[in-house]
Design a protein around this ligand. Structure first.
Ligand code: XMP
Length: 326
């Protein structure tokens, strides 16, 4: 029988055997996979591990604080935060193509991460140590969908596998490589990571950058962040988190439609709700959310978020639609 405690014990053994007394670094994304893989490695080798969190400005409301405060408190992980918001948004200026966005975000992420790595390597060298390992939160479905397992074609250039360049001089530590998401969550809970992190929906590495259809700007990010926070809040309040795999909230930034709000005509943007049910993100169905919950989300978003005057629901399964719009 599958048991989180056993998997943890087994992985801790393996990680210790792999890492020995070398140093290891890990990139936290704010998501479940990196949170759990990092906590596992920390449990195995303690402060031989340094975790790095890059704030690229494409995060959801409260995510940075959650990592810096709640995650660090619950795990004791040594964390370095890099504030790279200006750099990322600068490079994303004028970019609308989804794959281009992914490339830029991936590249800048690596650059930001590399800077910290160099500092850490220098620091380690002073004490005669070597940083040899890098933690990756690769899951089994990532392995399969990236063609590493069953040879499935790569549909988007996104998944965690191959997210960092091969020329980096690190050996990978991938303690989640044989696991599915629900198993990773069970392990996270067993490790004492707060429910707000462990229970959170999958969130793509490029973050809100691929949920703004069109150019990514500060202004648009703020709109989307507010709408997303409302949707998440209401879904949680309705007790629906367990029924939903994830619910991307998407801003159609280049689309405007006419509305009437207060006394006047408006010409604002639509927000798309994309709630999906899934086992592993390889296929998905749209979640039949209760109408009253949808209604509440729609009312709140159109009342509280500036420049949004319409909320629409995506009723497409995967296939043919991917979960994300980009
Ligand atoms: P799609 O949109 O391909 O998404 O149906 C499947 C799952 O992958 C997530 N996703 C990403 N994750 N980087 C990531 O780390 C990405 O570029 C990316 N694009 C999609 C998506 O949220 C869903 O869980």
């Amino acid at each position: 029988d599958w048991n989180a405690g056993n998997v943890i014990a087994e992985q801790v053994e393996r990680i210790r055997a792999q890492i020995g007394d070398a140093r290891v670094i890990s990139a936290l994304s704010g998501g479940v996979d990196s949170a759990v893989s990092t906590a596992l490695v920390h449990k195995a080798v303690g402060d031989q591990l340094t975790a790095v969190f890059v704030d690229h400005g494409l995060l959801r409301k409260g995510e940075r604080e959650q990592v810096e405060k709640d995650y660090v408190e619950s795990t004791g992980v040594r964390l370095i935060t890099v504030d790279a918001v200006d750099t990322f948004l600068g490079h994303l200026e004028g970019v609308t193509d989804p794959e281009q966005k992914r490339k830029i975000i991936g590249r800048e992420f690596i650059r930001a991460f590399e800077k910290v790595q160099l500092d850490l390597i220098a620091e380690a060298r002073e004490s005669g140590e070597k940083v040899r390992f890098l933690v990756q939160g690769t899951l089994y479905p990532d392995v399969v969908e990236s063609g590493g397992g069953a040879g499935t074609a790569n549909i988007k250039s996104h998944h965690n596998v191959g997210g960092l360049p091969e020329d980096l001089d690190f050996e990978l530590v991938e303690p989640l490589r044989t696991l599915f998401k629900d198993e990773v969550r069970a392990i996270g809970r067993e490790l004492g990571i707060p429910e707000a992190i462990v229970g959170r929906q999958p969130f793509p590495g490029p973050g809100l950058g691929i949920r703004i259809i069109g150019e990514v700007t500060r202004d648009r990010l703020e709109i989307l962040r507010d709408a997303d926070a409302i949707a998440r809040e209401e879904l949680t309040a309705a007790g629906l988190d367990g029924d939903i795999w994830q619910c991307p909230v998407v801003l159609l930034a280049d689309v405007r439609s006419v509305g009437v709000q207060g006394d006047g005509r408006t010409y604002g943007h639509p927000i798309v709700l994309r709630p999906v049910s899934s086992e592993d993100a390889m296929t998905a169905d749209w979640t039949r959310l209760p109408y009253d919950v949808l209604s509440k989300i729609s009312n709140r978003i159109t009342n509280e978020v500036r420049d949004v005057n319409r909320v629409v629901l995506d009723v497409t399964s995967k296939p043919p639609g991917t979960i994300e719009w980009e």
